[in-house]
Design a protein around this ligand. Structure first.
Ligand SMILES: [Zn+2]
Ligand SMILES: [Zn+2]
Length: 212
């Protein structure tokens, strides 16, 4: 059994998720882009131990509360190396979208394609999907018979991430989605970085930007 809480955080409504092994209460936090208070309430409610803070990419709306969550709950801060420039440039990102800059905390583990991030008896598999940013990754998690894919800003319901920001590349995002997401289990649930959930099969058939 796995516990999962997904909720939108921050002004850009990034989907933050807390995932935990129900047996051990070990947890990972995916994209703490804001609302550290609510994250703290959920961690306390289930009495979770935060093992890792993992990021689909380093845009400010996905990392805004990383420092605060790390300070309050611990957990190894994980990011793909190719997004380090964005991570270190978070002050410039804040200026660009007109929000107060956030404090940052050092990245402790560079995650790569094929890595697994353990939490209790569960783990999240890292899938490198460059295109929205160079270091964009998705996380694939198995929950009993179900598969969940945390797609960050790579794949949305009937949409894909923008590629006009620094590090963006249209050709790469299309290749990432076709070769590394549409090849996953068709019935896998997709939780995008923003907006409603979908499935791999639905997007492969109906996504207007990238079909299988
Ligand atoms: Zn983004
Ligand atoms: Zn985003």
């Amino acid at each position: 059994m796995m516990l999962r809480e997904t909720f939108p955080v921050g002004p850009l409504q990034c989907n933050c998720t807390i995932l935990a092994c129900a047996d051990t209460k070990d947890a990972v936090i995916i994209d703490p882009g804001g609302d550290a208070h609510r994250i703290g309430e959920i961690v306390a409610y289930y009495d979770l131990t935060v093992k890792a803070i993992i990021h689909t990419h380093a845009h400010i709306d996905h990392i805004y509360s990383t420092h605060q969550v790390k300070t309050e709950h611990g957990g190894e801060v994980c990011l793909h190396r190719d997004d380090m420039a964005l991570y270190q440039g978070v002050a410039a990102q804040a200026t660009m979208i007109g929000v107060r800059p956030c404090e940052t905390t050092p990245v402790e583990r560079f995650i790569e394609h094929g890595d697994t991030i353990e939490f209790g008896k569960r783990n999240a598999l890292v899938i490198h999907t460059p295109g929205h940013t160079e270091g964009s990754v998705c996380f694939e998690v198995h929950n009993d018979r179900d598969t969940i894919v945390f797609a960050g800003d790579t794949l949305f319901r009937r949409g894909i991430g923008r590629t006009d920001l620094p590090g963006g590349n249209m050709r790469k995002i299309v290749t990432s989605i076709r070769d590394r997401l549409y090849t996953l289990r068709p019935d896998a649930m997709v939780i995008p970085g923003h907006g409603p959930t979908t499935t791999i099969a639905e997007e492969a058939a109906k996504n207007p930007f990238v079909t299988a």
